[in-house]
Design a protein around this ligand. Sequence first.
Ligand SMILES: Nc1ncnc2c1ncn2[C@@H]1O[C@H](COP(=O)(O)OP(=O)(O)OP(=O)(O)O)[C@@H](O)[C@H]1O
Length: 435
Amino acid sequence: MPLLEVRNLEKHYPITEGLLKNEVGHVRAVDGVSFTVERGETLGIVGESGCGKSTAATSLLRLEEPTGGQVLFDGEDITTYTPKELKRFRRRAQMIFQDPTSSFDPRMSVGEAVAEPLVIHGIKERERRRRIVVDLLERVGLSGEDIDRYPHEFSGGQRQRIALARALVVNPDLIVADEPTSALDVSVQAEILTLIERVQAEFGLAIVFISHDMGVVREVCDRVAVMYLGEIVELGPTARVFEEPQHPYTRALLSSIPEPDPWSRGLGTVLTGDVPSPSNPPSGCRFHTRCPELVPPDGYDFTRGEWRAVMNLRVRLREEGIDVDAVREFVAGEREGVAETVDDDRVAEAVRAEFDIPDTLSDPSAERVVREALTDIVAGEGDAARDRLAEAFPTVCARERPPLDPVATGHEVACHLHRGYDSAPAEETAPGADE
Ligand SMILES: Nc1ncnc2c1ncn2[C@@H]1O[C@H](COP(=O)(O)OP(=O)(O)OP(=O)(O)O)[C@@H](O)[C@H]1O
């Protein structure tokens, strides 16, 4: 039995409006996330800012109440725990944060801060508490003499050591660490990561390690879960996920790690577009609005770049529309002319250029559809253009939500590419690329 089993965890925040605080929607910060953590194991949760990592952490510990799902700890569902049971659970599952400063009371000495959980959990003898604290301070690389100093007298890295000592003082089985090194200088980061690994082995701890930094995750995690917009899109052993990433989002995150040899990561996918809002997530696969490997529609001969460009236009029409008058003004400005006299073809060309759609697509029938859509746009009929593109170029990625399916032992991915569909042919092939 795993130490921790998270099943379909959900945390939706209501969006309210007006004086009466009417609910007008939900931010689906965590939207059906499942994973397990074994005793002594480190599971990384990685993803861009805003994808729901912190919310997953706080809701699985019930620091915030989850909206749905179950969290089994040692086989017991903690979502049904009474306050008393929850107190016992909190002793076994601790959390450390990116900025430890805010969790220290400035009036408390280091000794008092580290011993506080012991007091809460009923260890009354002061001398005994002091002995435990001195021992822990030494184990996290501080000196026993630091016990009477105050947290503000320490550097960021040392304060993180104090936070770790405080988490360890109740001898937990699990630590959830939310970006514990992101606020630190790189050299200090490495020290803290080494310390976490050492302490983990010494105390037999399981760790959920949250980070936006793939490099850090590679260093400390046994397995990694990649999150995008409230969902896990890939989950597997760290070495495998880094060597054979299966989800286009994972590949994109990996290619953002600085790499001495620019070709060694193949096409070096660059993520375009903003992360969509979790209050109105895209249909189908949530990554489809940015995915460089989107499944193309049957019957057309797009290159990958052309297909992505046309989809970017479609996504833009869906999300915010195109202000054609502004485009006209822009074209007029460039030619020092008046907006009213700008030819419609020039406006269409400018929209094409903005979305990197080539002057003529390689497939003539696709070209016809795009031209008609551009005519709609120039006529101010953005919705018609959107519907036209959606109808002519259907993609399973926008239609169906792919489930997390196994691709190898312990390696799962939620992507239509792994469900019997082929990706569009690559437009350019870099030397050494593995596609
Ligand atoms: N209390 C809240 N009320 C409403 N929305 C929230 C709340 N807390 C977080 N969110 C939203 O939920 C989404 C997920 O946020 P979360 O902080 O979990 O992401 P994250 O991946 O940890 O990002 P970061 O690394 O920037 O903290 C974001 O869109 C965020 O704006």
